[in-house]
Design a protein around this ligand. Structure first.
Ligand SMILES: Cc1ncc(COP(=O)(O)O)c(C=O)c1O
Ligand SMILES: N[C@@H](CCOP(=O)(O)O)C(=O)O
Length: 465
């Protein structure tokens, strides 16, 4: 399997090379040259597999040139054995044909664990084999950071630097990052917002001269293809459990960087019958605006009760655009260059194609709180604010009643106790046992000005020998 850039100019890479990079050298993102597909017969057989076995079946074709099947099995089995639910991604019914796919049973209580606990193991495996040390740089609005740190904390060949917006992640999220002990783990609280942090990561990939020549820079954000790959699995897992391939299903996905929902789009292209993918946004609604106005533009970032989705530049949307524009790298390079300068509009053909699968819904903070309260009252099921946005969008999608709608529950409510309290839900969410003493653990974090020079200088100063 070869991986190609969405902007058409960077060299094609193997899985191992793609894993060890971030953005392509032409500024684009890597995608598989072609996708493996599964027939209805194959999917019927896959429906009987447990989560790790299904993950092996789906991931193997993407990595076969770089990782022998036996080693992949060990890496995947070890990853999902760490989850706190034997189903790994259990589903709960919360209404007539309304389902919640719980993606928060990993060690850091968010869907990011599905990819990042595997990514850490994949990196460790490949770096040991290559006798290579790398620098990881990631931006987080709260969840990627702790999952990446957790996933990489055992890796000897890694220095990890995670940038989060100072005072703009929840206290639980911050402590999950800053209390992990390790000289190679660095938390940088940047005096800006998530977009600023993400822009610094992208700028660092474009010019790596701040690092010594022998240290590669690796991404843990969803610009890294391996993140998307691992997330495809749970779409199949949920869809097959609810009757696919015989019965099409729909997914509602709380969306920020468009990585999670893009994995659903790929699952559909690999054969899973997906009736609809619902883009659920908070008031940072750039993607909802794309779907309703055909225009993609920058807008000021708003701080909401769903801070992990406070994102206005949605990295992986470029991967979808690449397909919508018939994989024409030059057209994408031109669009993205114009996006850097201002609003861009998409062709009617591209938007018609997008609208045939995607719809969108924007959910305000008030509606988020009302949804948490309503779901609690109806079935005593406690949603976190991000998942509540997904459920609200699912209920407003206007789908035929016979289509099961699966909302991705992307985080555990205990990560966001303030939002839950605001919703007026009396029950206060408890942290799972392994995090019971989180508030007594010592924190380590560096507050830095919102400038690339300060961040890169800190990183250069703090690299291990
Ligand atoms: C809890 C939670 N829900 C939803 C999202 C949105 O996911 P994505 O960025 O892949 O669209 C994120 C992070 O971005 C998140 O942390
Ligand atoms: N919501 C994320 C933001 C980063 O997105 P990613 O999926 O590209 O890593 C977070 O919680 O950090």
């Amino acid at each position: 399997m070869k991986y190609i850039s969405t902007r058409g100019q960077a060299p094609a890479l193997s899985f191992e090379e793609v894993l060890l990079t971030g953005m392509a050298s032409d500024g684009g993102l890597y995608v598989p040259e072609s996708l493996p597909t599964f027939s209805a017969d194959e999917m019927r057989e896959m429906a009987a597999l447990d989560y790790p076995a299904l993950a092996r079946r789906i991931i193997e074709p993407f990595v076969a040139d770089s990782i022998p099947a036996d080693d992949l099995k060990t890496l995947i089995d070890d990853t999902y054995a760490e989850f706190r639910h034997t189903a790994v991604a259990p589903m709960v019914q919360i209404g007539a044909n309304q389902w919640v796919l719980e993606l928060f049973h990993g060690p850091t209580l968010a869907f990011k664990d599905f990819a990042l606990q595997l990514l850490g193991r994949l990196l460790d495996y490949v770096l040991e084999r290559r006798h290579q040390k790398v620098v990881i740089m990631g931006a987080t609005s709260g969840d990627t950071g702790s999952a990446a740190i957790e996933g990489c904390k055992r890796c000897n060949n890694i220095d990890i630097f995670i940038l989060h917006p100072h005072q703009r992640v929840s206290e639980v999220q911050r402590r999950q990052m800053t209390t992990v002990v390790g000289d190679n783990i660095h938390n940088l609280a940047v005096q800006g917002n998530f977009d600023d942090c993400q822009a610094m990561v992208k700028a660092s990939f474009a010019d790596k001269s701040f690092l010594p020549a022998d240290r590669s820079l690796v991404a843990v954000n969803s610009i890294n293809w391996a993140r998307i790959m691992a997330q495809i699995v749970y779409y199949f897992y949920a869809g097959l459990a609810l009757g696919a391939p015989a019965r099409p299903v729909a997914f509602s996905v709380p969306t920020g960087n468009f990585g999670d929902i893009f994995a659903g789009y790929l699952a559909r292209n690999m054969g899973l019958p997906v009736e609809r993918l619902i883009i659920a946004t908070n008031s940072n609604d750039v993607l909802h605006r794309v779907m309703t106005t055909s225009t993609y533009g920058r807008q000021p970032l708003e701080h909401t009760l769903s801070p992990s989705m406070d994102i206005t530049v949605s990295s992986n949307f470029e991967r979808l655009l690449f397909d919508l524009y018939d994989r024409d790298g030059a057209a994408i390079a031109d669009l993205m260059q114009r996006f850097d300068a201002g609003d861009i509009s998409f062709s009617e053909a591209a938007m018609t194609r997008a609208a045939s699968l995607f719809s969108s819904h924007r959910v305000s903070d008030e509606e988020t709180c009302a949804q948490i309260a309503a779901t609690w009252q109806q079935c005593e099921y406690l949603l976190d604010p991000h998942s509540a946005i997904g459920v609200n969008a699912a209920l407003n999608a206007g789908l035929a009643p016979e289509v099961p709608v699966i909302t991705l529950a992307t985080a555990h409510p205990a990560k966001f106790p303030d939002a839950v309290a605001k919703a007026g839900v009396v029950e206060s969410p408890n942290l799972p046992l392994h995090l019971k003493d989180l508030f007594e653990r010592r924190e380590r974090c560096e507050v830095l000005p919102n400038t690339l020079a300060d961040v890169q200088a800190f990183m250069a100063r703090n690299l291990s020998a």
